[in-house]
Each structure stands twice: as structure tokens, then as C-alpha cells.
Design a protein around this ligand. Structure first.
Ligand SMILES: [Zn+2]
Length: 249
């Protein structure tokens, strides 16, 4: 699932307009923030905006209880929320990490993506006099190795983290995945919510697969007749006993 679809899916289960439900969802997610991370004041309107845009742009049928009723009359406000987050992103040339100094070539050039930006703790000077400053910075997916990991980091001191500054980066990625068909934002497992990455091994962009391998296996196993399942349990149990014996020796 694309990120926006995954959030709509989680909203169906949890109702993400309610702060305590958002925190329950975060606790289940492997990439949710740690502890009692506060749900920002603008979170609710962002969820309502996402419902409204998913219904209008993607023709998503939402359950009655998840219709963006309270924002029905304020569609321009809703659209401004989506526009605002996409406006924070920076269109950037992407080339592979190992070759930043090499001239661009067919093998190191990866395309042009909208990257999320995060607010710097202090404005950064671009010249000695400090007349030119920037206060936002784009995440750099290749010269900052493991950028996705560090954005997902539960450590909340990191301004580039998904959840810092009222989940600023998270919402940029959600709306980018909705508006841009070729968004680089990874796809997610609709069952456990784990990230499945952006590209296939062949370098193609991932799109269709809805669940991860582990969840597919679990679902397959559940459909098997009881006898097959019992046989597997017995086998697993036998293996466990063997391991126990082994560790006693
Ligand atoms: Zn899964």
C-alpha cells in the first residue's frame, strides 16, 4: 500500500482523529514514536484533510463514521493543508551515494524526487556575512546513508525524524504519496504496517504488493485445514524440544 492508503487503512481500524487512538496505533507500529509522544493540535485536521482528499481525488469510499463531515464546508481549507505540506518539499536531483563526485551517468542517476524538508534548529548561514540563510533542509537519501532509518528513528531529538515538529516530515510524505503517482515514498504492508521499501531488486518502483512475506505466510497458514496446522505445530514443538535437549547437554 502507498503511505496515504496505509494511513486511511489504519484510520478505519483506529479512528485517527482521536489522540488516544493515534497513540494506540503508534504503539503497534514498528516505526511509531516512543512512549507518550504527544499528538499535535493539527493532527486531527490533517486526518480530516486526508479523508477528504482520498474521497475526492482517489474516489475512496470511506465508512460513514470516517467521512470528513466536519470539514465538508471548508474544502478550500482542506486543500490548503495538502498544498502546504507538498509546498514544503524540495524537488531534488538524486544520484547514488557512492558517486557524488563523479559526473552523472545512466548508472548513478536515480531521477528527480520531491524530498521532505525539516526545520533546522537554527537558521543556517549560506555566506560569511550571514545575509543568506536557510531554515529548512531536505533529507538527502544517498549522501546521508540510512536516511530512511534515521527518519523513522524513534529518538525524537532528531529534527529530521518523522515525528518531530508536529510530525511535519510524516505528513509531507503522506500527502506526497497521495498527489504524486511516482512518489519515492516506500510502500507499506497493509497488515503489520512495516515498510516494504521503494524499489524492487530490479530497480523498479514497488507498487502493488499489499502485504509483507511474513504476513502472507501467516495468512496462508490460517487458511490451511486443521490437520495440516496441527502437523506443523507438532513439528515446531518437536524442534523446540530438540533445541531444549541440545542446550542441556
Ligand atoms: Zn506485514
Amino acid at each position: 500500500m502507498k503511505l496515504w492508503e496505509y494511513v486511511i487503512h489504519a484510520d478505519k481500524i483506529f479512528d485517527l482523529t482521536r489522540p488516544e487512538k493515534v497513540q494506540a496505533w503508534w504503539r503497534e507500529l514498528s516505526w511509531g514514536p516512543l512512549g507518550d509522544w504527544p499528538v499535535a493540535n493539527n493532527w486531527r485536521s490533517n486526518v480530516l484533510a486526508l479523508r477528504s482528499l482520498a474521497a475526492r481525488l482517489k474516489r475512496r469510499k470511506l465508512p460513514r463514521s470516517r467521512r470528513p463531515v466536519s470539514m465538508k464546508e471548508r474544502v478550500s481549507e482542506v486543500d490548503a493543508i495538502g498544498r502546504g505540506y507538498v509546498g514544503k518539499m524540495k524537488r531534488s536531483l538524486i544520484y547514488e551515494q557512492s558517486s557524488p563526485q563523479l559526473p552523472l551517468s545512466a548508472s548513478n542517476f536515480k531521477g528527480v524526487w520531491n524530498l521532505p524538508t525539516y526545520k533546522l534548529p537554527e537558521p543556517m548561514k549560506l555566506d560569511a556575512e550571514g545575509t543568506k540563510t536557510i531554515d529548512r533542509m531536505a533529507v538527502d537519501p544517498f549522501s546521508d546513508p540510512g536516511w530512511w532509518g534515521s527518519m523513522l528513528a524513534r529518538a525524537t531529538g532528531n529534527p529530521a525524524s518523522l515525528w518531530a515538529n508536529d510530525a511535519d516530515v510524516f505528513w509531507q510524505l503522506v500527502f506526497d504519496s497521495l498527489f504524486d503517482e511516482n512518489s519515492f515514498v516506500p510502500v507499506f504492508c497493509g497488515s503489520c504496517g512495516d515498510s516494504l521499501g521503494t524499489f524492487t531488486d530490479g530497480g523498479r518502483q514497488k507498487r502493488r504488493r499489499e502485504t509483507c512475506k511474513a504476513c502472507q505466510q501467516r495468512a496462508w497458514f490460517k487458511k490451511q485445514p486443521v490437520a495440516t496446522r496441527r502437523a506443523k505445530w507438532r513439528k515446531d514443538d518437536h524442534k523446540k524440544q530438540e533445541r531444549k535437549k541440545g542446550s542441556k547437554r
